[in-house]
Design a binder for this molecule. Structure first.
Ligand code: ZN
Ligand code: FE
Length: 254
């Protein structure tokens, strides 16, 4: 694998991802809520940070930007549509852009819904997706600045990525998401099995990231609202957006 990926847990349940492309020596921190754990990880490995990579403006994803930039002279990359809210942004990227990270490259997708300027980064060769708070394992982000239609469109872009894509999301919400997903699809055998695997991992204090897109397609109710059985169950036959809205509302109150 030409892209090393190291999750760094931060705050209560955030993930910062430390990336390294070994040929060029490029080192990135995806969504640094804090600078200190990133600086410690860099120091421990003898690496120099070259990029801060943001998915959206929320402080639990950008809180470390300015301190990291000051300490390392890293370039801050973030969403074009939200450049005014990204601390220290140097390079703004939007839908369809290619973000070059050393010898690797990511395709950028605009994925509004959680926030209006949210983006995701898909590293094709490394088969890795950094999706912030848009897609969680077995869940999705709350709709703070978008509509169910927008979020469903955004998730639709991610759904089309290859099933082997590894999903690196912004938070360790997986166990609670599984519990909720089981209320939506109690008969889904793949979901039941995955929830058990997640419970076992969490019981050992282990992380559940990354997931795979294949597992998300099989178990994440928010990616499955185009299914007639789910639409029926949520009382909105033929209407994926209304089904999405109903599931999102139920999750908000779960
Ligand atoms: Zn957020
Ligand atoms: Fe967040």
């Amino acid at each position: 694998m030409a892209l090393e990926i190291h999750p760094i847990p931060a705050l209560r349940d955030n993930y910062i991802y430390l990336l390294r492309e070994p040929k060029s020596g490029a080192v990135g921190a995806v969504d640094p809520s804090l600078a200190a754990p990133v600086l410690a990880a860099l120091h421990q490995r003898g690496w120099t940070l070259t990029h801060v990579i943001n998915t959206h403006h929320h402080p639990d994803h950008t809180g470390g930007n300015l301190e990291l930039k000051a300490a390392t002279k890293a370039i801050v990359v973030g969403p074009l549509a939200d450049r005014a809210r990204i601390p220290g942004i140097d390079v703004a990227v939007g839908d369809g852009d290619t973000f070059k990270f050393g010898d690797e490259a990511a395709t950028v997708y605009d994925v509004p819904g959680h926030t209006r300027g949210h983006i995701a980064y898909w590293f094709k060769d490394a088969q890795a997706l950094f999706c912030g708070d848009t897609l969680f394992l077995m869940g999705c982000g709350r709709l703070f600045e978008g509509t169910p239609q927008q979020m469903w469109n955004s998730l639709g872009k991610l759904k089309k990525l290859p099933p082997e894509t590894r999903v690196y999301c912004g938070h360790e919400y997986t166990q609670a998401n599984a519990r909720f997903a089981l209320t939506v699809e109690p008969q889904n055998a793949a979901l039941i099995a995955r929830a058990k695997r997640v419970d076992a991992l969490r019981a050992e204090g282990k992380s559940t990231v990354p997931g795979t897109m294949a597992d998300e397609l099989a178990t994440n109710p928010f990616l499955r609202v185009d299914r007639p059985d789910l639409q029926q169950a949520m009382g909105a036959p033929g209407d994926p957006v209304a089904t999405f809205a109903a599931i999102r509302k139920a999750k908000d109150n779960f």
